[in-house]
Structure formats: structure tokens, C-alpha cells
Design a protein around this ligand. Structure first.
Ligand SMILES: [Zn+2]
Length: 89
């Protein structure tokens, strides 16, 4: 069985999880949606971190998985491309 950190690392490599910086982060109680990190539903008794990404994508994480994602995406070997200069802002 994969640990959450292995799952999140795999997803970052596969591109299933973005390695961009989030636009906004919200906290709340679990909504029973699957965690984008470990694929386990986030129960109402747990805290859920909701992350808005550029392009309108919303990710949901357990608090622990959110922390892992933030650490692991920064720890990825040089895979990130520099974002193109934004001309549409
Ligand atoms: Zn999780």
C-alpha cells in the first residue's frame, strides 16, 4: 500500500497534481470528496483544505496531504518550467 507521500509524489510526476502555486487556500470541514492527495474521502469530522488553482481547478486535501503536496512539489527535481510571462493580466 502506498503511503500518502508516495501517492502525491507519483501524481506530481504524472502531472495529475499540479506543481504550481495555489491562488487561494481555504479551510473547512470535510465534504466527503476524495482527497486529491491520498484518494481517501475527507470525512466531515476531519478538516479539509480547499485549494484554488490557476485555471479554475479546485483541489481538496486532508490537512496532512496539503502539507505533503506543498513540500513535495517544491522538492521535485527540475521539472517545472518557468511560467510564460503573462500578457493577459
Ligand atoms: Zn489525503
Amino acid at each position: 500500500m502506498d503511503t500518502p507521500s508516495e501517492r502525491i509524489t507519483d501524481k506530481l510526476w504524472l502531472g495529475t497534481l499540479p506543481s504550481d502555486d495555489p491562488l487561494k487556500t481555504w479551510g473547512g470541514s470535510g465534504s466527503r470528496f476524495k482527497c486529491d492527495g491520498c484518494d481517501v474521502p475527507i470525512l466531515p469530522s476531519e478538516s479539509e483544505i480547499e485549494v484554488d488553482m490557476l485555471g479554475g481547478r479546485t483541489l481538496r486535501f486532508h490537512v496532512a496531504c496539503d502539507g505533503l503536496w506543498r513540500v513535495l512539489k517544491e522538492a521535485l527535481p527540475d521539472r517545472k518550467h518557468a511560467p510564460p510571462p503573462s500578457s493577459s493580466l
